[in-house]
Design a protein around this ligand. Structure first.
Ligand SMILES: Nc1ncnc2c1ncn2[C@@H]1O[C@H](COP(=O)(O)OP(=O)(O)OP(=O)(O)O)[C@@H](O)[C@H]1O
Length: 374
């Protein structure tokens, strides 16, 4: 066996997180896209603003939010497919500047991306053998003969596909789940330290989704890979991820371990997201504030908390951006309603300002039944 993966990392608890340091991190990562067309005049889409994120060995971190909240842009920034507007990406503590050429290829070997659509990810004219041989030759150089055959078989074994049965198949002869397994095997050929999985199961049949998540979890455990799991489905994040970051309109509004974020959601937006699972795009506001239920414009996002126009508890204080502050060990929330729980938030409240009195947003906002006409 010539696999050069690191040994599995110990279970990800807070002590190992502190001791080991992040494999991949984002600090103040920001991406604004220029708006093109007549009348755009310097306008930008605020796709991601000021994002801090850490991915640790042997840990799955989920990025959850509704459509357009900036999740895919974060993955592409971390994969260096887009240059950032501000902030930085750090690999094992070192600033990453590679965007092309040899340096980029070296980075891409260590940080691999898995996309939503496994069919689009595979060239239909090439067999599984061709795809994996090419990946092995790029990443592990001149493999030939029995050594190559062994490596091919091992890659397919790692994604639980029988080599004899699948090595000479074309993509159209495989199911969606089998194709995604081949895509994952191709990534493993690089011996990556990080996998960035952008909605890896959303295009797959519901019955096989758990199998792919279990496979990714198995790779996390066996090889100590750091995994970013991007999804709009907070229920799958609870099942699969160790930690969850909730994004709303380009900003992280809450983060913490999966169990507490999903069982005891702190931010009013997270509460709504849980109420609307599995499809966050289907909740609407029928609350007493009369606020409308649309996500904000990403070209002119609201000042301060971007959830303010939809939040039933907002006060004028929310026109100022709340910090993403610690409210309990390992738990961060960006909401002025937590001024009592966070010294950092409390210290920023001006004298006389009205602090939002949070209730349970789930009780105030309702979600239309699946398929109900609005
Ligand atoms: N290349 C681009 N040029 C201009 N705007 C973009 C570009 N890519 C994304 N955006 C905009 O940035 C915002 C965030 O998009 P992004 O795709 O990152 O969100 P998302 O949460 O991944 O959504 P989805 O789940 O629908 O993929 C959106 O308003 C989107 O229209």
């Amino acid at each position: 066996m010539t696999t050069t993966h690191e040994p599995p990392a110990p279970a990800a608890d807070n002590s190992t997180r502190e001791a080991g340091g992040a494999v991949l991190a984002a600090a103040g990562l920001t991406k604004h896209f220029a708006v093109r067309g007549l009348g755009a005049r310097g306008a930008v889409v605020h796709a991601v603003d000021d994002l801090d994120l850490e991915l640790h060995a042997g840990e799955v971190v989920a990025l959850v939010g509704e459509s357009g909240s900036g999740k895919s842009t974060v993955a592409r920034l971390l994969a260096r497919l887009y240059p950032q507007t501000r902030g930085e990406v750090l690999l094992r503590g070192r600033r990453v500047t590679a965007q092309r050429g040899r340096a980029f290829r070296g980075y891409a070997r260590r940080v691999q991306m898995i996309f939503q659509d496994p069919f689009a990810s595979l060239n239909p004219v090439h067999t599984v053998r061709y795809v994996l041989t090419r990946a092995l030759r790029i990443h592990r150089h001149a493999l030939r003969g029995t050594e190559l055959e062994q490596e091919l078989a091992e890659l397919l074994d790692q994604v639980q596909l029988n080599p004899e049965r699948y090595l000479d198949k074309y993509p159209h002869e495989l199911s969606g789940g089998q194709r995604q397994r081949v895509v994952i095997a191709r990534s493993l050929a690089a011996n990556p330290e990080v996998l960035l999985a952008d909605e890896p199961i959303s295009m797959l049949d519901v019955s096989i989704r758990v199998g792919i998540l279990n496979l990714l979890r198995d790779l996390r455990d066996r090889f100590g890979i750091a995994l970013l799991y991007i999804t709009h489905d907070i229920a799958s994040a609870r099942y699969f991820a160790d930690r969850i970051n909730v994004m709303y309109a380009g900003r992280v509004v809450e983060s913490g371990d999966s169990e507490s974020v999903t069982q005891d959601p702190a931010h009013p937006y997270t509460q709504l997201l849980i109420n609307s699972a599995p499809d966050p795009d289907r909740f609407i506001d029928r609350g007493p504030t009369g606020a409308h239920g649309e996500p904000p414009s990403m070209v002119r996002p609201p000042e301060g908390c971007r959830f303010r126009p939809r939040c039933p508890f907002a006060t004028s204080l929310c026109e100022t951006l709340p910090p993403l502050a610690q409210v309990a060990p390992g738990r961060r929330v960006a909401c002025w309603g937590y001024a009592d729980a966070s010294a950092e938030t409390r210290a920023l409240v001006p004298a006389g300002a009205e602090i939002p009195q949070l209730g349970d947003a789930r009780a105030m906002l309702t979600v239309p039944a699946e398929g109900a006409a609005e």
